[in-house]
Design a protein around this ligand. Structure first.
Ligand code: 5MM
Length: 331
């Protein structure tokens, strides 16, 4: 069995650059057990640890994945599972040329007296968990704060920014690149200006907190939403989404951040790839931009697989096609 853990870890800045540059992006395959189980059941697949493992192996071992994918975000369950030949997922991932990452938040809870705004939890014992993940090969981690435009408050932005900053500092202390994800959801019936206002609030608070926590911005990856109207509203042209998103990011994200990897937010694959392509084409950007999509990359593969081993090749082809579309947007 091959052991591929690096003896000397590259710098945080090197890893962050590797994740977000070169026309590749990050595959978000870190659905929690409840979310993944629901998605399996929606496709008529009985949910189990084995089914979740089989599905994640299908994704990771898709032929040619590393041509388009620099890193894969895993959940704790998958991180401890093994592919069919016995290698642990992080080891197999490195062997395949894809950096393994780990989602370390433990989900959201309502903040008291904040009208439904959420706080993401998971700081308790995080240092010890990061140490263990680093020893088992994690190159990077992810923590997602969730904001609904109807309930975001200045306090909820500061509170989530604070925990994101504490998480990021702890990651860097353990030699792991933190992906910081302030996700302003596309759900609701808002227009693009409402998304812009909420995204400005979330990102401004985040970068104030990262600064206060002395996080090294050269060793993080930012994972934001595109600034769009809600999924239920009339769609905006890609050029408008790219220009508005860029305006928000230029106002809030220091040039010291090496790379920005966008979430897909439930937008269809072609739509979100058009957003990304238009943003990537903006001249004079101070940061690399790429994708860290979940649903936009994997939904077709899960549907095609449907839990049948006979469909693995077709499912992998569906994944690779979507990864190709996303990678084309940043080349
Ligand atoms: C893959 O889904 C991630 C984990 O979700 P849960 O903890 O809620 O199960 C999620 O954080 C994902 O990485 C981001 O939301 C981006 O995914 P999309 O589908 O929006 O690109």
């Amino acid at each position: 069995m091959t052991t591929t853990l690096p003896t000397e870890r590259p710098s945080l800045a090197t890893i962050a650059h590797q994740l977000t540059s070169g026309g590749r992006g990050i595959l978000a395959a870190d659905e929690s057990i409840p979310t993944m189980s629901q998605r399996l059941e929606n496709e008529g697949i009985p949910a189990s640890a084995t089914a979740r493992r089989d599905y994640r192996e299908l994704l990771l071992t898709a032929p040619g994945l590393s041509d388009m994918i620099s890193g894969i975000i895993l959940s704790d369950e998958t991180f401890g599972q093994h592919v069919a030949d016995g290698r642990a997922f992080p080891e197999a991932s490195r062997d395949l040329g894809v950096l393994p990452g780990i989602k370390v938040d433990t989900g959201t809870k309502p903040l008291p007296w904040q009208g439904g705004a959420l706080i993401t939890e998971g700081l308790d014992g995080l240092g010890a968990r990061l140490q263990s993940y680093a020893e088992r090969g994690a190159a990077f981690a992810k923590w997602r704060a969730v904001f609904d435009i109807r309930t975001i408050t200045g306090y909820s932005a500061r509170a989530n920014g604070h925990v994101l900053a504490r998480y990021a500092a702890l990651c860097q202390r353990h030699g792991i690149v933190p992906i910081v994800e302030p996700d302003v959801l596309c759900t609701g019936d808002h227009d693009i200006d409402a998304s812009k206002r909420a995204s400005l609030v979330a990102l401004t608070a985040l970068f104030e907190q990262l600064d206060d926590a002395s996080v090294d911005l050269s060793g993080i990856v930012l994972k934001p939403n595109f600034v769009t109207p809600s999924l239920e509203a009339a769609p905006a042209p890609a050029a408008t989404v790219a220009a508005t998103t860029y305006e928000v990011l230029r106002a809030t994200v220091p040039a010291a951040v090496p790379g920005i990897a966008f979430l897909s937010g439930g937008h269809p694959t072609a739509t979100v790839c058009a957003f990304l392509g238009a943003l990537h084409a903006i001249a004079g950007r101070p940061w690399d931009v790429t994708f860290s999509f979940g649903r936009a990359l994997v939904s077709a593969a899960l549907h095609t697989w449907a839990g049948d081993p006979a469909n693995v090749v077709a499912a992998q082809a569906a994944l690779v096609a979507n990864c190709g579309s996303a990678a084309d947007a940043v080349r």
